[in-house]
Design a protein around this ligand. Structure first.
Ligand SMILES: Nc1ncnc2c1ncn2[C@@H]1O[C@H](COP(=O)(O)OP(=O)(O)O)[C@@H](O)[C@H]1O
Ligand SMILES: [Mg+2]
Length: 351
């Protein structure tokens, strides 16, 4: 079969496209309306009708929210013990902030430490680039887990760019959002995924109006929740709060999701000092101190919102090293405001 044959969307497939109240889908069946009309139940005797008893409407049991551990050092502590299962989060931050590394680490730990399979939808780089970057930087062998059926990397970039693909899981050409949503569902079902990454939302929604974008994100979140997936929607948008046109778009994403993780990557001044003891034969020893100011790029993380849990309100420093992302759960101290030095009074008699 040629690539083109393989990639023809199954337009004659009755399940193609999203079914909002999907009666085909056992996962969403519970969402369907349960009426109170029991007249069709066997054994129901219409002749013995008593004055209608008030229907016993018991409030649904409130369940303890289950936490999904990221396994990313320091992260679960700042979100009250882990992300909440089945929910959709926005992972936002500028290019190079560490969004792809954070996302991959979340999936990789899910598979290797917590027995949860994953789907990674790539819209900005090819699956092969992701595999190579993650293996070279952190020794995370994604291919191994694709081969063992624990992970699918869904190639959504090739068809978006109109290119062919050698990948096993690929969105067919021509790229449409319907096709993308269908392939995401198929991939989730195939590996019974419990963790999903969409990297990135921006690439997915480039030409959409705000109304379409809101509807897309709402559909996507409904699908992901109905499959019981904990999801990170990656957004490369920097903070555009000063731009009114962008503010409303930002509100669309933030309104729909259950929580937001924001990564910062900013230039900062760091100072360091050096003290030298110089010997001078004429004047004796002198102490000299030099201090330097250098610009460094610093990474930080904050949790602007997270429904259903308490979470840190502070900025926390992040480092990326050969093990991946690491978060300091102690908040960042921006500057020392006051330093008090107490001198002990000399005690009488010591003089
Ligand atoms: N092994 C490593 N050690 C330290 N930093 C790394 C390592 N690998 C990648 N990085 C840093 O991570 C950055 C890329 O992060 P990435 O998650 O791809 O960013 P984003 O997806 O937000 O654009 C690189 O620019 C580099 O600074
Ligand atoms: Mg990235």
């Amino acid at each position: 079969m040629s690539y083109e044959d393989q990639n023809q969307p199954p337009y004659n497939d009755p399940y193609y496209g999203y079914q909002p109240s999907s009666s085909n889908d056992p996962n969403t069946a519970g969402y369907e309306q349960q009426g109170y009309d029991n007249s069709s139940y066997p054994g129901y005797d219409q002749s013995q009708q008593q004055p209608p008893a008030q229907p016993q409407r018991t409030a649904p049991q409130l369940q303890q929210l289950q936490r999904v551990q990221s396994g990313i050092p320091g992260f679960d502590q700042i979100v009250g013990g882990g992300l909440i299962r089945d929910r959709v989060y926005l992972l936002a931050g500028p290019a190079g902030a560490g969004k792809t590394i954070f996302s991959t680490q979340f999936l990789y730990n899910g598979i290797t430490k917590f027995g949860e399979n994953g789907v990674y939808v790539v819209l900005e780089e090819t699956p092969q680039q992701l595999r190579e970057n993650m293996f070279n930087s952190f020794q995370w062998d994604l291919r191994q887990y694709e081969d063992s059926g624990n992970l699918i990397i869904l190639d959504a970039i090739s068809s978006r760019l109109g290119l062919s693909s050698q990948e096993n899981y690929v969105v067919p050409r021509p790229f449409t959002l319907e096709a993308l949503l269908y392939e995401i569902q198929t991939a989730i079902q195939r590996v019974q995924a419990q963790r999903v990454i969409i990297d990135s939302l921006d690439a997915m929604s480039l030409e959409l109006t705000q109304v379409d974008l809101r509807s897309l994100i709402q559909r996507l979140t409904m699908i992901l929740k109905s499959f019981g997936c904990t999801t990170l929607l990656v957004s490369g948008q920097a903070d555009r709060s000063s731009d009114p046109a962008h503010m409303s778009r930002k509100a669309v994403e933030e309104y729909v999701v259950d929580g937001m993780i924001r990564l910062h990557h900013t230039l900062e001044e760091s100072t360091s000092g050096e003290t030298m003891l110089e010997e001078n034969s004429v004047q004796g020893n002198t102490l000299e101190e030099d201090s330097f100011a250098m610009k460094v790029r610093a990474r930080k993380i904050e949790i602007p919102k997270m429904r259903g849990t308490s979470h840190s309100q502070y900025l926390h420093p992040i480092t990326i090293n050969e093990n991946g992302v690491e978060i300091k759960s102690e908040p960042e101290v921006s500057r020392r405001l006051r330093r008090a030095v107490f001198k002990a009074k000399p005690v009488k008699g010591d003089m």
